[in-house]
Ligand binder design. Structure first.
Ligand SMILES: [Zn+2]
Length: 283
């Protein structure tokens, strides 16, 4: 069975170790076809999207999780977002003369933001210098969450996949297998890029862990979806104030806004600007 555009959890019996594996194909293609990213940027975004998909399993409530990498080189921002339904979107900011050879994730910050629809926003920031996105994820979880984690992320420019292992804090007496973390994370590190990209989950996990007692949970689907809408853009425009917006329409005929994530264009004429300020029509 194909594992394309899915996220699947697994765990190891009698241990505190859990894992996840994700594959993005059409969901990644939908993001790529809206931009002409240089290859190095597309691959980096693919890896970040795979990481974001892996983290979406932590969203147990309606809300949004954003993963951001800020760097000082020719790629300055990589950002991917998901919600509790596995809906993904992403953007990148980079210089025109971006170095095409390789992305160096050093001298930067990893920022994870979780925004429940209903509740307190959480943000964690970690300085990163591991050299790649998987190392940055591991640094983040060690430093910010005190959780031993391993990430393997791969993107060939067409599709992206990710594998994660995490050692949960031992809540109850499960330490009958004290070597489990070393053994299971070592086996994880034997995964090859082509295996992670192309094998379905059952075959992949059997190859890595056929001697372990692994429990595989039902998979969920992931897809591209942009949360932009005319209402949301209208709310953002509203902050500029009625006079400013009316001046722009007078000069330019309309206000045109393009969503940075999905390239959808939205236009507002004077009638629609007036509708953003219902209190004005009462005067
Ligand atoms: Zn959009």
């Amino acid at each position: 069975m194909s594992s394309a555009d899915t996220l699947q959890r697994f765990s190891f019996d009698h241990t505190d170790i859990r894992g996840e594996v994700t594959h993005l194909h059409l969901s990644f293609q939908e993001i790529l076809k809206r931009h002409t990213y240089p290859k190095v940027v597309a691959r980096a975004l693919g890896e970040l999207l795979a990481a974001t998909s892996l983290l979406s399993a932590n969203l147990k409530f309606p809300g949004r999780l954003t993963l951001q990498i800020r760097l000082t080189g020719s790629i300055t921002l990589l950002q991917a977002e998901t919600d509790e339904q596995g809906q993904l979107r992403a953007i990148a900011r980079y210089a025109d003369d971006v170095d095409e050879t390789a992305l160096s994730v050093t001298d930067g910050q990893m920022i994870i933001t979780i925004e429940p629809d209903d509740g307190q926003k959480y943000q964690g920031i970690t300085a990163i210098e591991g050299g790649n996105i998987a190392a940055a994820m591991e640094e983040y979880f060690t430093q910010s969450e005190q959780l031993d984690s391993r990430f393997w992320l791969v993107c060939d420019g067409e599709q992206a996949s990710g594998l994660m292992l995490q050692k949960l804090p031992s809540s109850h007496a499960k330490s009958e297998d004290p070597d489990a973390w070393d053994r299971i994370s070592h086996l994880g590190s034997t995964v090859r890029d082509d295996e992670l990209l192309h094998l379905d989950n059952e075959t992949l996990l059997h190859r890595l862990y056929h001697e372990e007692s692994l429990r595989l949970y039902p998979s969920s689907s992931v897809r591209f979806f942009c949360t932009c809408s005319k209402d949301r853009i209208g709310n953002a425009l509203h902050q500029l104030g009625y006079d400013e917006l009316t001046n722009i329409v007078a000069e330019q005929g309309k206000i045109a806004v393009t969503c940075e994530f999905c390239q959808q264009s939205y236009a507002f004429d004077q009638v629609q600007i007036d509708e953003l300020f219902p209190e004005k029509s009462l005067q």
